[in-house]
Design a protein around this ligand. Sequence first.
Ligand SMILES: [Zn+2]
Length: 417
Amino acid sequence: MSEAVFSKPRYLQARGDSARVELLPGEFDVWAQHAEDSDDFALETASAGKGGPFGAQLWLARTIEGKTEYKPVYGGEKDYNDSNAVVSKGQASAHAEAENLSVEKRQEVLDFLRENKGQGWEVVQVSSGESCPSCRSKQMLFAQELMNEGLIEAGQFHVVFKATYERTGLDANFNDEPYDTGLRALFNLKVLDDKNGLFIMNDVFDQSTVAQDLISKGKIVRTPVVYAKEDSLPQNVVDAIAEHTANGTPYAAVISPDGKVLSEAVDTRTSEAGATNDFEQTAIVQALHGAWKSQREELDIFEAWELKGARVVTNINDIGPLAYNEALWSSLHSLQVLGGNDEVDFNAREIPSLSNRDLFKMVALEYNVDESPLHVVHSVDPSVPNRAHAAWPGILKKLAEEQGIDAHYDGAQADHE
Ligand SMILES: [Zn+2]
């Protein structure tokens, strides 16, 4: 793949021949209609002040003798639709697809597929907008989990989306593309193939004229990954890292620019028999969520995820794609690594079957290449505006007047699907 592939829109590989729509279970038109319904749902929930104008649905489907069965996943909810909940939760990554891949819904899919193993069922996530890298990490993690149990095969986890990044930028002034372009650059410039991985990112980007050009135009967002200087850290964090490293436990802390520890977390996933892999219980993700929560609840900060130059310090050397992409919303100074060992990295695997590096590469892959377990389809002509997105500027103005929300909040930095 040429160096410049990441300067072209990603969605082109989710259209037409390259999307191989015949791989979807059932009719393309049915899925395109579900994407339209998701857009309508997003318009409703955004108007009600729940969050950004995005919706998602999770489906199980199979075709037998030319007849397709479509089964929506409820996960205990009354509705199979989910919306963006960034505003209501104060959580930058509470995008529609992420809400839609809740523990409850994933468990329902797992249980159903276990009971109906070998019966031809496939998984389809429908979204009103193109998934950001954080949501794609969650889709990939769940696809891997299902593949590991032999419940689906590669290519049987489908993602159907309506609005491209570009379209959403035009209509609603949200732009996820720079986050994703950074990821594609990491892959295409072979940062993820180097033994030092993310630690050489800045050097490699410096040497690429394409990357430099995109960075100068604000079209690549990334968080530097560096080794921490021990004397720059609070002593209790240094001590915690030594203790957890000795025990092989992944640990992370968020430290504000003035040296205050905003949150600390360890990986608390349990291996309860039959339970879905709870990737939100990993150390870096929990530390970030803890910092966002305390900013929302204790300081009443609306854009609680904005950590303005804070550092995440961790003993994980092999940082996974979910942790890295989740951290992108917080305008961090850097992700800093201290200590750690192979055991910590093993226990920090976001999906136990793969190293975080191998998983990272899969999340960064272009759509629909042979190596990717996900099958991604774009459902409409890119000139068609998304209804919820087109209404968003007006909704935002109204919410700002009614609730005193900062009218400058346009989500350009941190609110997504
Ligand atoms: Zn997302």
